[in-house]
Design a protein around this ligand. Structure first.
Ligand code: M6P
Ligand code: ZN
Length: 187
């Protein structure tokens, strides 16, 4: 039997960087169709800001193994809607996930395939358990980067399809200086 070697790495708790990890950058142009306010989207697209970066340490997609990744979700809004990650179900839908808040403030929107949504506020130290079958998206509700760690089965995979098409049944917006979780009028 060939054994893999263990890994120990230090996450930079200020920047979210994991040394040696694979870096993925998602700009606003990668999120076409995701935000409600199309005029605000097109206006901000002139700058095409980075919305989030992911530093992932991933294994082969095998049953029993684990991946981990940090995400640095930048502050910003498209119209009233706060910046968010795309959000996904797992390709193997029954795979769960754990998130751990490192820096900044935000939250997670979770949703069942039938569209029942939950909002869980997150800050440094918050652990979120994403149960099997729930889609999940993180949202930055503050004006500094929101950084968190995710740990997920190596064979979970990402299913972006239905979220890319319909979004979540709830939106996280700023209104009169307050963070509000409202029903998605297009749902
Ligand atoms: C977390 C994990 C990753 C995911 C990333 C960005 O780090 O859940 O699996 O890729 O967030 O989220 P998304 O893939 O929805 O853009
Ligand atoms: Zn996931």
């Amino acid at each position: 039997m060939e054994y893999k070697l263990p890994i120990g790495v230090n996450i930079d708790l200020e920047t979210g960087v994991i040394p040696g990890a694979k870096k993925l950058v998602r700009r606003l142009s990668n999120l076409k169709g995701y935000f409600q306010d199309e005029d605000a989207y097109n206006e901000l697209l002139k700058e095409d800001p980075v919305v989030y970066e992911v530093y992932a340490v991933e294994q082969e997609e095998k049953d029993g193994d684990l991946n981990f990744a940090t995400t640095v979700l930048y502050p910003g809004k498209v119209g009233k809607e706060f910046f968010f990650t795309k959000g996904h179900f797992h390709a193997k839908a029954d795979r769960a996930e754990i998130y751990y808040g490192i820096k900044g403030k935000g939250g997670m929107l979770l949703q069942t395939p039938e569209g029942k949504a939950e909002w869980i506020p997150m800050g440094p130290g918050t652990v979120v358990y994403v149960p099997p079958y729930w889609a999940h998206r993180t949202v930055n509700t503050s004006d500094e980067p929101f950084i968190f760690l995710a740990i997920y089965p190596a064979d979970a995979g990402h299913d972006y399809g239905s979220i890319a098409e319909k979004g979540f049944s709830k939106l996280v917006i700023e209104e009169n200086g307050e963070v509000k979780v409202i029903d998605n009028p297009r749902w």
